[in-house]
Each structure stands twice: as C-alpha cells, then as structure tokens.
Design a protein around this ligand. Structure first.
Ligand SMILES: Cc1cc2nc3c(=O)[nH]c(=O)nc-3n(C[C@H](O)[C@H](O)[C@H](O)COP(=O)(O)OP(=O)(O)OC[C@H]3O[C@@H](n4cnc5c(N)ncnc54)[C@H](O)[C@@H]3O)c2cc1C
Length: 379
C-alpha cells in the first residue's frame, strides 16, 4: 500500500497528526499495533493540561495549546472532556534545593507569566480558602488559572474520527516490525509483523511512544538516550468529600491530584509501576502505591483516610535524559521522522505540538517552534 504519509502509532499524537495532514488534503495511513488510544492516550480518568512548573522549553507550545484546547471539541466534532480548572502547585518549605520553595515562587511566577502562562503567588490562607482540606503546613502556592484537564481517551477518539472523516485510513492490530529508509528509486517503507508493507511517498512518522527507541535501534542502529516508565494512577474515595476545584500539584512532594465525578479522587504525579519480565507487561509496586497515598493524606489531612479503589500502571511512556521530547527527522534515515519521549507530560501539548509535527512532515524539516526538541541539542 502507498500513501503520502504513514504514521506508526494510533495514540493522541498519531491520530492528531493524521487529522492535520488529512485536513490539508493529504493521503495518510495510521498503523496501530493494538487499538486506537490503547496506551498512554487512553486509560482511566483525565490528563492534566498543565503549564504550571512545566519545563520552560515547552512553554511557548503550551501557550499555543492554551488557545487551542477550549475550541478543540467544536473543531473535531467530538467530546474532549476539556475543562479549564486552573492549577495549584502548593508549597510547604522555604527552600527546596536550588529549584523550589517559597523563596523561588516569585521568580517562577514572573517567568511563567512572561512566557504566556499567567501565574500568581498565593498565600497559605488563599490556598486554605480554595481547598479547605489542605494541610496547615501549606504556606503558599503557584496558581495558574489557564491550566485544566481533558479526557485523553475521548480526545484521541475524536481526533481519529475527524481524521477518518477527512480520508485518513486507520488500521488497528497493525504492529510495525521493520523500517526501511528511502533510497534513490525506493520509497521509505515499514513492514508489519504479518508481512504487509506500507510505503510513503513523502514521510513516515514514528509516533509509537515507548515503542520508538526499539524501532529506531533495530531499524537504523540509532540509540536514543530514553527509557520506558509505567506511570501510576490510583483512584481513591476520601472519607470526607474533597473540595478541589483546581488541579493540585506540589512543589516538593511527588503528587498530582484531580477530582472525578462521584467524589472519586485521581492520584498520580510521578510514582511508577514496573516491568514484569515474566509477562512483558507492567505491574504495580505496592510501596509506590502506599507511598503515593501517604503523600496525598499528608497534603489533604482534613479529608480523612482515602479508600483505594483501583491502581493502573498499564500504559508505557518514553522518558528522555533531559525530560523533554525528541521530535526530529531521524538522522541518516531518509523519509523517517519521530515524535516521542514525552516523559509523562506530553498530553497538554497535544493540539499545538501535533500541528507543528504535521508541518515538519509537510516541509521535510523541523519548524522553528520545535527546535528545542531536536536530537541535535545533545552532543
Ligand atoms: C498514566 C499517565 C498519566 C499521564 N498524565 C499526564 C498529564 O496529566 N498531563 C500530561 O500532559 N501528560 C500526561 N501523560 C503523558 C501523556 O499521556 C502522553 O505523553 C501522551 O498521551 C503520548 O501520546 P502518544 O500518542 O505519543 O503515545 P501513546 O498514546 O502511547 O500511543 C502510542 C501508540 O503506539 C502504538 N505502538 C507501539 N509500538 C507500535 C508498533 N511497533 N507498531 C504500531 N503501533 C505501535 C501503541 O499501541 C500506542 O497506541 C500521562 C501518561 C500516562 C501513561
């Protein structure tokens, strides 16, 4: 089969880039090993659309994403579950190393605001007024009113349907096993594990998240300084209802909290499951689950104990050595591009980054807004 563009991976990025290409009238095929939104862009709960405390190199894209999220459901003609809640990153300590604490809050707020991420420094009293169950140890917070949450599974399906409606062809159960770069007289192509070949006239995007390092290593001998993590999400029911209108993060504790319907609390933010070598899948680590819940109970002590409802660690995510993604033409592999290494925070950037990645495929080179994510930043 031949198309102008082939995309490997049917998560948020694969589907959104396919949408942008199909919207401009280009032929595009998406190959997804399992089903659309099977991995990091699916699963329970919601994802944070958060710029607060994000790596500064990602803030220009975040500013663009802020403008796109509110109208995305209308644009795609499908639900995104997007809600602009604002986010609070609460602070308990005066100083946290050389990167945090009350001492750093003003500088962080100033810088974020200059990047187009309006940020206020709140006092402990302001935080307690907004979140009555918060610990008395909380002494302040960074508040970013334009942050929010979105439903990852619904949004990915909305992109997939919108891409399909504009002519994109999406194949589920199509696991790519081989990559062949273009050569004079031969188009770049991928081959699935059941032997089907897909050729691209213009470009092949590897958007397979944690699958990308293995594919480029086997295909081109390229070793990316990146690895797989299994982000942990725990759903809980508090003893007393939590009033939490905002996304909640923390300056020095590893936690991120969202409220879901029916009083359920979604807890995540940096704790991980692990690979089970026997099955090749992932499994929860009990100390990480109890550790995460202990952090939550320390930050929201007035909500009482939290009853554990379920633990989820099934979705692999590619993390990079400097914690921001790799987006680039693949060096030395004509016709191939990758977008991976989201390091646990790729979701919020999706509407803006996917548009820029589509531009990269159309122009055959990295657009200026993606230069911070080029592999050339490394020696
Ligand atoms: C639990 C969890 C919580 C998160 N929370 C946040 C958050 O609050 N805020 C935020 O900004 N980000 C968050 N993230 C990160 C964000 O969800 C991801 O960065 C984003 O969804 C990545 O999208 P993707 O399309 O690149 O990858 P994925 O959605 O993982 O899609 C990749 C797809 O490629 C497929 N694939 C793999 N190998 C092959 C192959 N060989 N052939 C064909 N297909 C293949 C997979 O089946 C998968 O469907 C979180 C991630 C997780 C896992």
């Amino acid at each position: 089969m031949v198309a102008e563009f082939v995309i490997v991976g049917g998560g948020g990025y694969g589907c959104a880039v396919a949408y942008h290409l199909a919207l401009r009238g280009h032929s595009v095929v998406v190959l997804e090993a399992e089903e659309i939104a099977a991995a990091a862009s699916g699963g329970v709960g919601k994802r944070g659309v958060r710029a607060n405390r994000r790596d500064l190199r990602e803030l220009p894209l975040m500013r663009e994403a802020y403008a796109l999220w509110p109208n995305l459901a209308d644009e795609l003609g499908g639900d995104t579950g997007y809600v602009r809640t604002g986010s609070l990153s609460v602070i308990e300590k005066d100083v946290v190393g050389s990167r945090g604490g009350l001492v750093a809050a003003g500088s962080r707020a100033w810088t974020q605001s200059r990047f187009g991420v309006p940020t206020e420094v709140w006092t402990g009293e302001q935080v307690r007024e907004a979140v009555p169950q918060i610990s008395d140890d909380v002494r302040g917070a960074l508040y970013a009113p334009l942050d929010g949450v979105a439903a990852q599974h619904a949004t990915t399906l909305a992109y997939a349907r919108a891409a399909k409606a504009r002519g994109a062809s999406l194949h589920e159960g199509a696991r790519v096993a081989e990559l062949h770069p273009g050569r004079p007289g031969r188009r770049a192509c991928v081959v699935t594990d059941d032997g089907r070949a897909y050729e691209a006239e213009r470009g092949i995007l590897l958007a397979a998240n944690a699958g990308v390092p293995g594919l480029v290593s086997a295909g081109f001998g390229l070793e990316l300084p990146a690895w797989t993590v299994y982000p942990q999400v725990v759903l809980l029911r508090p003893e007393r209802p939590v009033e939490l209108p905002h996304l909640l993060g923390h300056d020095s504790r590893v936690l991120s909290v969202k409220t879901l319907p029916d009083g359920v609390v979604q807890l995540s933010g940096g704790w991980r499951g692990r690979l089970d070598p026997a099955t090749g899948g992932s499994e929860p680590v009990e100390e990480h689950v109890t550790g995460n819940i202990a952090q939550l109970e320390a930050v929201l002590p007035h909500a009482g104990r939290f009853e554990r409802l379920s633990v989820h660690v099934a979705s692999p995510e590619c993390a990079t050595v400097d914690q921001i993604p790799f987006i680039d033409p693949v060096p030395g592999a004509d016709g191939f591009y990758f977008a991976t290494g989201w390091t646990g925070h790729g979701w919020a950037l999706l509407p803006a980054a996917s548009r820029a990645i589509a531009r990269m495929l159309l122009d055959g080179e990295l657009p200026p807004e993606l230069t911070p994510f080029s592999l050339t930043r490394l020696p």
